[in-house]
Structures are given as C-alpha cells and as structure tokens.
Design a binder for this molecule. Structure first.
Ligand SMILES: [Zn+2]
Length: 360
C-alpha cells in the first residue's frame, strides 16, 4: 500500500522508548506483514496482568504484535470509582510503554471500536495525550486508533473518517476504519438486529473507502465478511473471505497493485484455521482476538479455585489458606493461560519468528 508522505512530521522522535514501535517502525511492521503474507494478533487488554501475558507471548513467539484497548477496557482500568474510558486507556498505554521496554519485539498500541458518539470523550483526549508526548520529544501514546462509524450511512461514515484521519496523520498515527457491520456483541455493543447483507462489505464500498482515505494518510480497513464478535459453535458463522479478495481486486484494478489495502479481521476468536489463513492471502495484516483470550485467562483460575476450594474460602470458622487466595497465586496462572493462547494466535497468523525488531 503506498501513501503520500505525511508532510510535516511534528518532531524527530529523539529517544523513543523501545520497543513500543515508533510510527516508522509500525508502518514497517504492516508492510512486512503485507509482503510476507502474515498478520499480527491484536489482543484486547484490561489490566497490567493481561498486558504482561501478551508481552510474554509475543516475546516467546518472537513475533511483533498489537495490544489494544477498548472503551470498556479503558473504563475498567480507570477503576470502578472513576469509570473514565480515556483516562484508563492512558494508564494502560503508559504502563505498556514501560513494560514493553523489557522485551525484544516490536509492539504497537491501538484502541478498538470507537463509535461516533465516543469520538469526543474517548479518541480526542487520547490524541491530546499523544500530542503532549510528542511535544516532550517522545513518540505518540498510541500508534493507531479505530473509528467505527459503520452505523452511519457510508458517505457520512467516510466524512467523519476523513476528518479523524487528518487529525491522526498530523500526529503520525494510523486510523482503522470500518464499513459494513461486524456481527455479534462486544463490549456492550450488540449488532444482532443488523440485516444480513450489511455483514458483507461490497467491492464498491472498498473502492470508496480507498479513494476517500488514501490521499489523507495511512489507514487500516476492517472489511466485514460475515465475521462476528464473540464465541460461536463450529459451523454457526458463515465467513466469506472471498469478499476480501474481490474488494482488493476492485481497488487494485482501478488504482494499481500498490493500492492493496491493509485489512483487519475482527472477531477472530473461534474461526477455522483454514479461513484465517485464507484471509492472509487477501491482505489481512491484523486480526483482533478477545473472546478466546478472555477464556484462556479465566480457565486456569477456575481450576485453581476448584482445586483449592478449602483454602480460598474460610469455612466453618477456619482461616483458609493465604497462599491460595493471594490474587497473585491464580493471576500468574491466568497470565500463563493467556500467553499460551496468544502464542497459538501467532502460529495461526504466521507471525511467529518474524519479528523485525532490530532491523528497522
Ligand atoms: Zn471488532
């Protein structure tokens, strides 16, 4: 995918903390994945523990990767007394910048679905935080953000996307946009009532997105091809990855081979490996994973509680066993469970062993 260079980069990033990717390194990551036929797992995190599980997985897999925060994740991280999504996202991102320094892979920080009404209370404060960091000689807080204006008619969606992409590009931040609707329910946003045809992006939509955004700055595109958020039994989800192939072809027929778009696969949890792999051939460079890693995190806690039921509870006047109810005792197991699931995601997406850390 080719882009006009952003004209006026704010500063040269003097001593950007490694290895959260610099904007240039993030672009190189996306280019390498597009060229190499692989994609990055993008995991939703909500705590220090989930960040550490993800970092350990990327490190052990020698895979670069993406860590993302949803509005609900940010709200949770700010504490139940505060419930400020933007504030919590800043806290998690700053923590990730520090924690990632201990690892030798490149990590990009991203924010997940932001619906139009949350642009002002969520995205703009995050852009403001990046602006402050850049003014202090650091890199932006996040390397990309998602705007999900797919609930709007396409023309309105693109108007808002263009406006926000311009704001992001000025900070050397990439914007992910969506046209069409990802099915299912995530973070309290339920799209189960959406008509079936809206679940599939058309080639015309993809051409319109490319033509609207390409002149402004770098973007990622979440095309929809029957993908859904959440977990479903095998066979319940009818993915049509060829939607991606046909859309890319329409864009490249009109604008040349360099116009191939960087695509994002939402709702990766529970998908068949063959379908995941097929999307890599059509330009998917980022696959979101949340439901499967939520389960992988919680499962070891369940075992811990079941195996130590008489220690974690104070029964019949007894005092329990501090060693088993210390939250670290089960959160370490949860971190390890999440880590293993993420390593599988790296294998599935063929990012294992492909870190470009140290080369860009
Ligand atoms: Zn999504």
């Amino acid at each position: 995918m080719r882009f006009r260079l952003v004209q006026s980069l704010p500063v040269v990033y003097a001593n950007a903390a490694m290895p959260i990717a610099t904007p240039a390194q993030y672009r190189a990551m996306l280019d390498a994945a597009q060229k190499g036929g692989y994609a990055y797992p993008a995991i939703n995190v909500t705590s220090i523990t989930t960040i550490n599980g993800a970092l350990r997985a990327f490190s052990e897999a020698k895979s670069d990767g993406i860590i993302q925060i949803s509005t609900g994740g940010g709200e949770f991280a700010s504490g139940t007394a505060v419930k400020d999504a933007a504030y919590g996202a800043i806290v998690l991102a700053e923590a990730a910048h520090l924690l990632a320094e201990k690892h030798d892979v490149l990590i990009a920080l991203h924010t997940d679905h932001c619906h139009p009404k949350k642009v002002d209370p969520f995205l703009r404060p995050l852009l403001e935080a990046s602006k402050k960091r850049i003014a202090a000689g650091k890199g932006p807080l996040f390397q990309s953000h998602m705007l999900d204006a797919s609930e709007l008619p396409l023309a309105e969606n693109l108007d808002l996307s263009k406006k926000l992409l311009k704001e992001c590009a000025e900070l050397d931040i990439i914007l992910e946009v969506e046209a069409g609707v990802v099915g299912g329910e995530e973070d309290g946003h339920d799209t189960s009532g959406v008509p079936a045809e809206k679940l599939y992006t058309t080639p015309e939509d993809m051409v319109a997105v490319y033509e609207a955004l390409q002149p402004i700055g770098r973007f990622l595109f979440a095309a929809t091809f029957g993908n859904v958020h959440g977990a479903y039994k095998p066979g319940a989800v009818k993915l049509k990855p060829t939607i991606l192939r046909d859309g890319q072809k329409a864009v490249m027929d009109k604008h040349g081979k360099g116009a191939e778009m960087d695509l994002v696969f939402h709702g990766g949890s529970g998908s068949e490996l063959s379908e995941i792999r097929e999307t890599l051939d059509y330009g998917v460079v980022k696959m979101n994973i949340d439901t499967d890693t939520q389960y992988a995190f919680t499962r070891p806690i369940v075992t811990h509680i079941c195996q130590n039921i008489e220690g974690v509870l104070k029964i019949d006047g007894e005092v329990g066993d501090k060693k088993t109810y210390d939250p670290r005792s089960y959160l370490k197991k949860a971190e390890a469970g999440l880590c293993e699931r993420m390593k599988t995601a790296c294998d599935d997406l063929r990012s294992t062993g492909r870190t470009i850390f140290g080369t860009v």
